[in-house]
Design a protein around this ligand. Structure first.
Ligand SMILES: Cc1ncc(COP(=O)(O)O)c(C=O)c1O
Length: 428
């Protein structure tokens, strides 16, 4: 470990000479909990601008000094405490092997599930820990009781894995998929609801709603869409891959029937952790992908039979929840929105620049998408990386073309200044 630390320090300093960005010694972490205790009375919106406070949060992470990572939408770096818990859990399992799996795993897994359910504000009898959103939502989409001719409503900005699963249902079972456009800069929430409502037919059985669209960061009015759907007897599948643990909301308030999220995104868990939620009354009628006939049809555990898998990742969810809760979701949300606004506000009015993200506080948070007139998205992201070591991702979908920029809690204003400089240069 010591030599790795030395290496990181040395190599980090060398890399800084090329990026011009200084780094923290991440191993110098102060007691974050104590710091958070001192700001507990402050308004999260005001605290979002307090660089002294966020400096200490940044030190809880250990980002690479070789580039500026503004592509945290794929999956998020774990804080060091979570990574350490994961390593400890791996060691423990490697030492105990089947003894742990046969004797102790079930109880510990239940404890983690209960903790996660409490964070999510639902019963542990309504959730399953999955590997990711794809597994959670594809289990729902492929397991729903749909008949030939039933219609499923979704948008052209939904995530590919979910669109693919519906495509499978169309090919295998004759369901009809209705894929619509939604407005990017709606005047109000009801404009989005009406886009869905207009496409509903008497045969519509389910609507897929992406709570926060990964391409643009746009937040959709999940509750209002659910109310419109439920009035017509239509179910809602909520894709909360990006909203869960990034913005402050409760699953119950959205009134979705099914939900999936990736805990390795904004909860900052180790890779390979997700969650499926299903309203209790929906469990009996949904088919599990793998099945376990010993378990009652209305027991959520029927979805848990996936074979031997790395339980250490599930165990480490507990450490990620502790970190998340000690910071508090509202503080996290306000800081992330502040970081997004910090760079967006400096470039949004420049000629040739378009921000493909609605900017109202309830319309987006950390993620935004920027397009430069006359340049393909990959030309822009390549320019950022080659010239400024700013790592982003090009989005080239029919509905959205631009570069997605996603800061994390360790992102510093000088990282965003680099991005702003790069945008100004390229748009000039
Ligand atoms: C909106 C949305 N849904 C689903 C997913 C799939 O997540 P995972 O690959 O973790 O299953 C993503 C991934 O980025 C996403 O952005």
């Amino acid at each position: 470990m010591d030599s790795r630390r030395k290496f990181l320090k040395q190599f980090g300093t060398a890399a800084l000479a090329t990026t011009g960005i200084s780094t923290f010694n991440p191993l110098n972490a102060t007691n974050l909990k104590e710091r958070i205790g001192k700001v507990s009375q402050r308004d999260p919106r005001e605290l979002a601008k307090d660089e002294d406070f966020w400096y200490h949060v940044q030190k809880a992470f250990n980002p690479s000094p070789h580039f500026i990572n503004l592509e945290n939408g794929y999956f998020l770096m774990q804080p060091t405490v979570v990574l350490e818990a994961q390593i400890r859990n791996m060691q423990m399992i490697n030492e105990n092997t089947s003894f742990y799996y046969r004797r102790e795993m079930a109880e510990e897994r239940l404890n983690v599930k209960k903790k996660l359910a409490q964070l999510a504000g639902v019963s542990h009898e309504e959730i399953v820990i999955t590997r990711n959103t794809t597994e959670a939502l594809d289990t729902v989409i492929l397991g729903m009781d749909l008949k030939p001719g039933d219609e499923c409503l979704m948008t052209n900005q939904d995530y590919g894995s979910m669109l693919e699963a519906f495509e499978q249902r169309a090919e295998r079972h004759g369901v009809k998929n209705n894929v619509i456009d939604i407005p990017l800069w709606p005047k109000n929430k009801m404009e989005v609801v009406r886009a869905f409502e207009k496409a509903v037919t008497p045969r519509t059985k389910v609507i897929l709603v992406t709570h926060m669209i990964n391409l643009t960061g746009q937040i959709l009015p999940a509750r209002e869409i659910a109310d419109m759907a439920h009035e017509r007897g239509i179910e809602i599948i909520l894709d909360a891959a990006h909203s869960f643990a990034q913005v402050d909301f409760s699953i119950k308030d959205t009134d979705c029937d099914y939900m999936g999220t990736s805990l390795h995104k904004w909860l900052c868990c180790p890779l390979g952790a997700g969650m499926m939620y299903m309203k209790k009354e929906k469990i009996a009628k949904t088919w599990p992908l793998f099945g376990d006939s010993r378990i009652s049809k209305d027991d959520i555990q029927k979805f848990e039979h996936i074979g031997t898998h790395p339980e250490n990742t599930r165990l480490s969810i507990a450490a990620a929840i502790d970190f998340h809760e000690s910071l508090g979701v509202k503080r996290k949300e306000e800081r992330l929105r502040y970081l997004k606004n910090y760079w967006v506000n400096q470039v949004k009015d420049l000629p040739k620049v378009t921000i493909n993200t609605p900017l109202g506080d309830d319309q987006s948070c950390a993620i935004a998408n920027v397009a430069i007139e006359g340049m393909a998205p990959n030309e822009v992201s390549d320019y950022f990386y080659k010239n400024h070591k700013v790592w982003t991702v090009a989005i080239n979908r029919e509905a959205v073309k631009g570069v997605r920029v996603t800061p994390h809690l360790y992102t510093r204003l000088e990282h965003l200044d680099k991005l702003v400089g790069a945008i100004k240069e390229i748009a000039a």
